[in-house]
Design a protein around this ligand. Structure first.
Ligand code: UT7
Length: 325
């Protein structure tokens, strides 16, 4: 009998410190950086974001999200045999945030590693976990997206610092006789490295190059819209389904205008798109599982619904996962 993987629980966590646009605009204005709530809302759809306090790391956010997901799945840390954390803001250079999270969770002994695909990280991590569950390499995987992007932001650059936030989301993915994940599709094109990057690196005990986020927003925007449509269609084709079979689109939450364009191209009404960018900002690899968990917990998304998850980000990376919840 064919072995499938299925999401059996979702969880998420946001650090308590919430900054509305008004809060952030006031903070930036006191530092001589001019922006406005109107510009941020009109150009991005973002109304607020959460930032961690000092001493809190991606593993701490991921831990809370993981605990919530395990509780929803009715599983304990001892049931977990694989942990994958998607993050571009790891606690340390090494070891992986997955290992640190594993120890905090008390799931010691299982396989644990990070995936680095920036804002597509969760889609990448879920695809890898699905493959490992299908082959029998894992039975009960914890797939986490966790980020503290506030630590990468240049608060003198208004074109980027208003866009991002911190948070974590997680799913428990278990072996199943019936399909949960129906199809996946991943891509990358390294020729676009420069349009979205944190170019610094550690060498000889010092940070060389600029360790803050740089983005050519318009270039990213233009690429994202086309690639997300391609990934959506490729994933639907692989599963032998069409856009009419999608109950919910759960896209990476970067900009409401990108989500509107994707929905339009797929002829999906916006009522079928899960939107949390207004409350979370862009939380990179955490944004899709955060959106998914909020939609599950609000009762919007129900067991049996067909979901298309899709992400795009630095690398350039992009991809989609089609699944039945
Ligand atoms: O998660 C990975 C994927 N990332 C993304 O998907 C981000 C993709 N890109 C975007 O979402 C959009 O390109 C942005 C939100 C980053 C920018 O929106 P835009 O509509 O492309 O704006 P723009 O860069 O064309 O800038 C328009 C104007 C400029 O002023 P001028 O040259 O027209 O006078 C900017 O200087 O808006 C100005 N501007 C701002 N004004 C007030 C840029 N940032 C701000 C700001 N507040 N925060």
């Amino acid at each position: 009998m064919k072995r499938y993987s299925r999401i059996t629980g979702t969880g998420s966590y946001l650090p308590p410190r919430r900054l509305s646009n008004t809060d952030l605009v006031a903070q930036l204005s006191s530092q001589g950086v001019e922006t406005s709530d109107e510009w941020i809302v009109e150009r991005t759809g973002i109304g607020a974001r959460h930032f961690v306090d000092e001493g809190i790391f991606s593993s701490d956010l991921g831990l809370e999200a993981a605990r919530n997901a395990l509780q929803a799945a009715g599983r304990t840390p001892q049931d977990v045999d694989l942990i994958i954390v998607a993050t571009s803001t790891p606690d340390m250079v090494f070891p992986s945030t997955a290992c640190i999270l594993q120890n905090k969770l008390g799931a010691n002994g299982c396989a644990a590693f990070d995936v680095q695909a920036v804002c597509s990280g969760f889609v990448y991590a879920l695809t890898v976990a699905d493959a490992m569950v299908q082959t029998g390499a894992a039975r009960c995987a914890l797939v986490v997206g966790a980020e503290v992007f506030s630590r990468l932001l240049d608060f003198s650059d208004r074109t980027t610092c208003v866009l991002f936030g911190d948070g974590a989301g997680a799913v428990v993915l278990e072996a199943s006789d019936t399909p949960g994940i129906l199809a996946t599709d991943l891509h990358a094109d390294g020729k676009h490295v420069g349009i979205l990057c944190v170019p610094g690196h550690v060498s000889g005990g010092a940070i060389l190059g600029d360790p803050l986020l740089k983005m050519d927003g318009q270039a990213v925007f233009k690429l994202a819209v086309g690639l997300l449509e391609d990934a959506a269609r490729a994933t639907l084709d692989k599963a032998g389904l069409t856009e009419n079979d999608i109950d919910w689109l759960v896209p990476h939450q970067a900009n409401i205008r990108i989500m509107q364009s994707t929905a339009k191209r797929l002829k999906l009404p916006m009522e079928k798109v899960i939107i949390t960018v207004d409350q979370h900002g862009n939380t990179s690899a955490a944004s899709i599982p955060l959106a998914l968990d909020s939609a599950v917990r609000s009762g919007k998304v129900k067991p049996g619904d067909n979901l298309l998850l899709e992400g795009v980000g630095g690398g350039f990376t992009w991809g989609a996962v089609l699944l039945t919840l």
